[in-house]
Design a protein around this ligand. Sequence first.
Ligand code: MG
Ligand code: MG
Length: 260
Amino acid sequence: MIVYKTPEEIELIRESGVILGKAHAEVAKLIEPGITTLELDKVAEEYIRDNGGTPSFKGYQGFPGTLCVSPNEQVVHGIPNNVVLKEGDVLSVDCGVFYKGFHSDSAYTYEVGEVAPEVRALLQATKESLYKGIESAKEGMRLGDIGAAIQNYTEDLGYSVVRELVGHGVGKNLHEEPQVPNYGKRGRGKRLEEGMVLAIEPMINLGKRFIVHGNDGWTITTQDSAFSAHFEHTVAVAKGKADILTTFEYIEQELKKKNG
Ligand code: MG
Ligand code: MG
């Protein structure tokens, strides 16, 4: 069952999204060769709790972290650990905040130091594909329009789309209906209506689309070990134009400061 949100509830998700965006920015500041993902996790958890939120992921089906941290060939759901990030890595950081009864969910993939040009291009294309998907998240379109926009954009550039993991509804629960695949056919699937709140989250691979599940029960890795990228926003379906409830603004301010 899809739970439609009132305008007041959507504003609460936006408030949650601001805390989330700022927590991401605290992490963004620190991402450089030499840091561990466990250190990043601690900073994110402290920021969220200090600002009245609760980390959505911590304890979710037993997940141990505030962040899902997925370097390089890891697609999503990596567990924070003591492995040190190194020059040329990329790191997907996925986080959720629960605040005043509602979750928000977003992800960003970072370059660690200088990365290879084809890797940087993958990150840019994945982020762009998220916005292509969001353009379709308006009343009267169909779920398949979102997936088709992401799939067509990324496959035309020679990348591949992970199929087994998908976006989702967000609200009082972190994962609600409907599922939001990053592939699909235009005009197919459920009609999008005002009041739907969706996490749109393309997971795009430099190599083939196939994935493997790690022995830790969480980590998802590309089967061919090629790099993968992941960007995510929580958006409200609206008339005319989707309303993006999470934000990369604070992250990108930090990245600008860092990169001059
Ligand atoms: Mg997420
Ligand atoms: Mg999500």
